[in-house]
Design a binder for this molecule. Structure first.
Ligand code: SF4
Length: 212
């Protein structure tokens, strides 16, 4: 498991690197806005949002501007999705999620699951989760550059499936997970965790969409 920090109660501490004001494809069957949280502990070689990997955004969007924007979209948007980067990197995320929920929006999360304890603590506040399972756990380090990232992500998958929260588990096609035996094993391991919705996907970027 990777290192985690203490939860910050102040949502304005959330570092936001970008926002998509309207999308139909980031939360199932809903009109949503996407908040791109700054920072990611992983370094996937196919990442199409490398500008979101550093922990500090060059031009962060202030939280009050996001709240003000969403306030004007009440009744027009159904959901708000926290994406990244890796949202669970930031200790201000739970407070931000709770603020958006109180505004009446459904809340979604896109995560690669590097922090299982933070992930499971957040689940009760989420309406939908899109979780990356990038490869078999033993192949993660070669893909993400992080030794324990595979174990952490698969632990998150287990907890997500156990929770019964609506979700999708996504795997981005990559040479490490392309061999048929690897694909078969990945599906088999997921199926041992319980009933889930799994999708193979190609890379996307935040100009159109994110990579998670
Ligand atoms: S693809 Fe996602 S998890 Fe991987 S480095 Fe980029 S933002 Fe982080």
């Amino acid at each position: 498991m990777l290192k985690s920090c203490t939860e910050a109660e102040d949502p304005s501490q959330l570092q936001v690197g970008g926002i998509t004001p309207l999308t139909t494809i980031d939360y199932p069957d809903a009109l949503s806005a996407v908040i791109y949280c700054q920072g990611c502990p992983l370094k996937c070689d196919y990442c199409h949002n490398p500008e979101l990997i550093p922990r500090e955004a060059t031009t962060p969007i202030p939280w009050h501007e996001i709240v003000s924007f969403l306030d004007q979209r009440r009744g027009l948007l159904d959901a708000v999705v926290f994406s990244g980067g890796e949202p669970t990197l930031q200790s201000a995320l739970p407070a931000a999620v709770k603020t958006i929920k109180k505004m009446g929006f459904l809340v979604g999360l896109h995560s690669a699951g590097p922090y299982p304890q933070r992930f499971v603590a957040l689940l009760p506040y989420l309406d939908w989760v899109g979780l990356d399972i990038k490869a078999l756990a033993e192949d993660y380090a070669a893909l993400t550059g992080s030794a324990n990232s595979g174990r952490a992500a698969w632990q998150c998958a287990e907890m997500l499936i156990d929770s019964g929260i609506p979700h999708q588990i996504r795997t981005t096609r990559h040479p490490l997970n392309s061999p048929p035996d690897k694909q078969k094993m990945l599906i088999k391991r997921l199926s041992t965790l319980g009933k889930t919705d799994h999708k193979w996907q190609t890379c996307r970027s935040s100009d159109g969409q994110n990579t998670q």
